[in-house]
Design a protein around this ligand. Structure first.
Ligand code: NAD
Length: 347
């Protein structure tokens, strides 16, 4: 199975290591370094088979190439998966993370990591004992949710501007699905802009703590609002849900919001403006890469986050002019930026 996956993959490099002590497979997939050294989080997960872990790392590394390219950050796409037989704890976890740190260090900075599923800032501290290419550790401020929330706010302003003619959020009814690390922060930012904020979370206490108007988790899709911000889970925009939406626009931070690529066309046909998720939610990688890898100041970070809004305005204009969806316009932008860099670097 590894053979088929590797043969069919268009990425640059896949590093595979079997860790005998833990029974884990370590996969580091470098999709592209055309725009710069590759970056992307490390995911710790139990998979049905090691091949599923490799396939996940390949797919996610391609998504990181798109995210960095759309954010206009000089980094390529990478992703690592630690496919474990069971989630490790205690000293076994620490030893696995140290050995993983050695592996990432051996790549000399062509792959740079942050956290992903089941990898906390404290875990990254352990990886960083062996490797300098680690971002989002506790010592460096850890959480990227702040940048993601601010970036998503810029995305919402740009989307509202294109849909309603003005970026002013005062009085706009915005439904935030998910009041977690990003969603709760986003609710606060929207409230500060005078928006009428609705919030929903399967953990109702979490949603209630925001002070926004509560919507039951089951009622999100049919809720009447100007803009729906998916900030919980992926796959909420599908052939089944899109006809039920009662919003004019969608912009949120959740990854993989579309159930299938054709759902972008379904949204367009339904008259709903969609901000492509990987453009809207790039604030976290902009924060981590900008502050920790590129040495940006706070002002440079805020300018980088604001570029999310500028990029979306350009995409919406291109999409309208060309009669394509914003998602298709984003793919074209990414392809152009990567091709231009490839022509320059030969990678
Ligand atoms: N944290 C980041 O910097 C970042 C960056 C890019 C993308 N994202 C994506 O944004 C989303 C939110 O990230 P987060 O860091 O805030 O996660 P989180 O785990 O802190 O919060 C997610 C929240 O969603 C709630 N939830 C889960 N299922 C739900 C449902 N069906 N309906 C309503 N609420 C539900 C959970 O109870 C939780 O409060 C995720 O999809 C994540 O992949 C996060």
């Amino acid at each position: 199975m590894f053979e088929d996956l590797l043969r069919d993959w268009s990425g640059e490099e896949a590093v595979i290591r079997y860790d005998a002590e833990s029974g884990a497979w370590m996969f580091v997939c470098i999709d592209s370094t055309a725009l710069g050294p590759s970056g992307g989080g490390t995911r710790l997960r139990v998979y049905p088979s090691p091949s599923d872990g490799l396939a996940d790392a390949m797919r996610l590394s391609g998504a990181m190439t798109r995210k960095f390219a759309a954010a206009d950050i000089p980094r390529g796409g990478g992703k690592a998966v630690l496919a474990v037989p069971e989630l490790p704890t205690g000293d076994a976890r620490r030893r696995l993370l140290l050995r993983y740190g050695d592996l990432v260090a051996s790549l000399g900075g062509t792959y740079r990591t942050a956290g992903d599923m089941n990898i906390s800032p404290a875990d990254l501290d352990v990886v960083a004992e062996r490797c300098q290419w680690v971002y989002g550790t506790t010592g460096r401020g850890g959480n990227s949710a702040r940048g993601t929330a601010i970036g998503t706010l810029h995305a919402i302003r740009a989307t509202v501007e294109h849909a309603f003619g003005s970026p002013d959020l005062a009085g706009k009814r915005v439904l935030v699905q998910g009041a977690g690390a990003v969603g709760a922060d986003l609710v606060r930012l929207l409230q500060a802009e005078g928006a009428e904020v609705l919030v929903s979370d399967v953990d109702e206490a979490r949603a209630a703590a925001t002070g926004a108007t509560l919507v039951a988790a089951a009622d999100v899709i049919g809720a009447d609002c100007d803009l729906y911000a998916p900030c919980a889970v992926g796959g909420t925009l599908t052939a089944e849900t899109i006809p039920l939406l009662r919003c004019r626009a969608v912009a949120g931070c959740a990854n993989n919001q579309l159930g299938a690529p054709e759902d972008a066309d379904r949204l367009q046909a339904a008259g709903i403006l969609y901000a492509p998720d990987y453009v809207a939610n790039a604030g976290g990688i902009i924060q981590l890469t900008g502050l920790e890898d590129l040495g940006w100041s706070e002002d440079e970070l805020q300018a980088g986050l604001a570029r999310i809004g500028e990029t979306l305005r350009t995409l919406f204009r291109t999409a309208s002019a060309e009669g394509i969806t914003p998602a298709a316009a984003a793919e074209l932008l990414v392809a152009e930026r990567v091709a231009a860099a490839q022509a320059h670097t030969g990678r």
